[in-house]
Design a protein around this ligand. Sequence first.
Ligand SMILES: NC(=O)c1ccc[n+]([C@@H]2O[C@H](COP(=O)([O-])OP(=O)(O)OC[C@H]3O[C@@H](n4cnc5c(N)ncnc54)[C@H](O)[C@@H]3O)[C@@H](O)[C@H]2O)c1
Length: 406
Amino acid sequence: MGGFAGCHHDAIAQLEAGGHAKLICTCDPQPENFAKEQETWRLAPRGVGIFHDYRAMLEACHRGLDLLVIPTPINLHAEMHAAATALGLPVYLEKPPTLDHTELEQMIVADARARKSSLVGFNFIIEKPRLALKQRLLAGEFGAVQGATLSALWPRPASYFSRNNWAGRLMMEGCVVLDSCLGNAMAHFVHNLLFWTGESELFSWAQLAAVRAELYRAHAIEGADTFFVEADTTAGVTMRFALSHACAGNGTHLEMVLCEKAVIRYAVGSQIEVRWNDGRVEKITLEPFDPLIENHLDYYAYLRGENPRPATSLVDSRPFVALNNLAHISSGRITPIPSELVTALRDPKEQKDYLHVASMTAAHENFLVRGVWPSATGWGRAPGEVATPADLPRFRDVVRAMAGQP
Ligand SMILES: NC(=O)c1ccc[n+]([C@@H]2O[C@H](COP(=O)([O-])OP(=O)(O)OC[C@H]3O[C@@H](n4cnc5c(N)ncnc54)[C@H](O)[C@@H]3O)[C@@H](O)[C@H]2O)c1
């Protein structure tokens, strides 16, 4: 009921009021901690069953359900998805489905037991301007895709990493968590970039041939908070990703698709432009877009047989999960950002503490535009090795070593 699950409750209450959905039951290990929210969502007057355990809930209610929504910690996704699909129930599964490629394969097998495919809730694939631009890209209007870049700086205060027991963790109780900006907070944009470079059809994602990465941290966490990743697709397109939580001030994110005749600049929620080589600039209007409402409605349409497919299936998530795994394999370790580059700042308005790397924007630009790695500018490590999908079997050993586990 807390965290992002609360946002799903808000959205479903709104959808129910509009006659699109009916919430039958919900669960939380401690529903009594959410008395105020339960009143706001009017769970009692709506006749919603409340459970402490998802297994008891499914046992009691599964015959009356069309789908299950799973907006819980990443390390619970696989077991909850398995329990639902064993009963034939499709799932609206929050992204990331898992961040372990072997677990993803098990989930893909499990999903075949459900009446319909599960949806992985990457928010922005169904945006109309995105789909229209991808159609134009596939039709060849912009010429061949020559590269793609993602830059994202999302400040996160120290409290973000202590909000629950899994934030910033690589492993918990022997299981892979791999929580990070690449795998969690900015996962949408990463998956979007793979979508732009998926060339076989509209709903297709790039297949990875090779990945090189340098992972860093400024915060005192087990995982990385800063990623520099370069990935070659099997079609020969090079993508570069530069992401960090080690910053303060305003957050920014920008997806760029570099084509023969134009550059597409797509900033979710703020601006979309096509900059043609001949000087024309085409601005594309962003319509209001409520990701949760829109994705719920889109998935319901698929479940009713009105859409041919969910926006992102578990199978479609393979490149995203592989990218996360190969980035860790390639980097081999997580290097502390040199302390002289990190400043501790307190935001007096928010009363929150941030770690800020003032040279991060320059490091992003150097990497995304010129291909210069931070390791070449004194960030205290050797470059990452080239990792290919054939290296995936080494993933667990690499993560165990990173987490200091035997
Ligand atoms: N789509 C988006 O924009 C978006 C935004 C934020 C988070 N997320 C995703 O949502 C998921 C949850 O993230 P979060 O940060 O809200 O996590 P969180 O740790 O705050 O957990 C969410 C809720 O799950 C509940 N929970 C924990 N164990 C449970 C159990 N055994 N049974 C039932 N409920 C249980 C917690 O009590 C909490 O209320 C993640 O997959 C995350 O990536 C998506």
